[in-house]
Design a protein around this ligand. Structure first.
Ligand code: SF4
Ligand code: ZN
Ligand code: ZN
Length: 311
């Protein structure tokens, strides 16, 4: 099979675009899709400082690499969750990437260690507060990334969510008619008030397969194993369903998510953006000042519960 853009041998077939690319053209395609995402969704400009949330997996490391290769000012934050060999392995990948790729570009890595800062690993904290591990993890990661972005004076926080992630999330939100979540599901969430960083997803135009191929071609060494806590997660079921639909009808994922974005944009033009309506309901947390809709934010509530004397 030949590349559709040059005479070289193709390395990836892309049925959703009815095309195939060699390694050079695929790299060019992936970077141009990220650049398109940044421009069309007003994510950031070349002078902005970006904080990338890295996990050691292919998406976040690829995102960091692309932003650096495109000349953006991108540092990263890694949250060490204390999940046994998974956290050890992913931390090693992040540190290796920093030494080999990020540092030569002048970028820095910050590590937040949950065991040291919050007093226990994520699974232990989840036991202490009697909440599911993933919801405890989500609360801590969201909080720490936002805090690091605000305190570090970053203009925007970027995550490695891709088209598969966003389409699966959309399917979950539609199946349960989570209207509030549907309203907030966007590749760009503007800073909603003092204390809430702008959040962007520059990989939303690319599939997991395309990103994995880019990572291999560009020698990005990432953590292949998934977090052991993700077993049985609903998101994996939604991804599987969408992959089966995609195999039958290429472009399904792409159309599903992009049509949603187009409709959302139309609705926002008529009724105003989510953040304009949200501003009125958010107030600073009474403990840490991060914005919250209740008096104390969910992170502070969780930490208070974990530190409460056992009854
Ligand atoms: S699977 Fe759950 S515990 Fe693991 S990183 Fe994701 S949210 Fe955190
Ligand atoms: Zn080519
Ligand atoms: Zn708080």
């Amino acid at each position: 099979m030949k590349c559709r853009k040059c005479p070289a041998r193709a390395v990836l077939r892309m049925p959703r675009h009815n095309t195939a690319f060699c390694s050079v053209c695929l790299t060019e395609f992936v970077r141009s899709q990220v650049q398109k995402a940044i421009k069309s969704q007003n994510m950031f400009s070349p002078n902005d400082r970006i904080l990338v949330a890295v996990s050691g997996g292919k998406d976040s490391l690829t995102l960091w690499e692309i932003l650096l290769k495109l000349g953006y000012r991108a540092d990263a934050l890694y949250v060490d969750q204390g999940i046994g060999t998974y956290s050890q392995g992913s931390r090693e990948k992040v540190e290796q990437f920093t030494e080999q790729i990020a540092k030569p570009c002048g970028a820095t890595l910050t590590i937040h260690n949950v065991e040291e800062e919050e007093g226990a690993s994520i699974p232990d904290l989840a036991n202490l507060v009697r909440r599911p591990t993933c919801s405890t993890c989500g609360t801590i990661k969201r909080y720490q990334f936002n805090q690091a972005a605000i305190q570090g004076g970053y203009d925007v926080m970027a995550t490695g969510h891709n088209l598969d992630d966003e389409a699966a999330r959309l399917l979950g939100n539609v199946l349960h008619w989570q209207e509030e979540y549907l309203q907030k599901q966007s590749p760009t969430l503007p800073a909603s008030m003092e204390g809430f960083a702008k959040k962007v997803k520059p990989l939303y135009r690319l599939t997991e397969r395309e990103i994995a191929a880019y990572a291999v071609i560009n020698r990005i060494d990432y953590m292949v194993e998934e977090c052991p806590m993700s077993k049985g997660a609903k998101m994996l079921v939604y991804k599987d369903v969408l992959n089966r639909l995609e195999a039958e009808s290429p472009g399904t994922k792409h159309t599903f998510y992009w049509q949603f974005l187009a409709k959302q944009e139309k609705a926002q033009a008529t009724h105003g953006s989510m953040t304009e309506t949200d501003q009125t309901t958010l107030k600073p947390c009474t403990i840490c000042s991060q914005p919250t809709s209740t008096g104390m934010c969910s992170y502070c509530k969780m930490v208070a519960r974990a530190n409460a004397p056992a009854q």
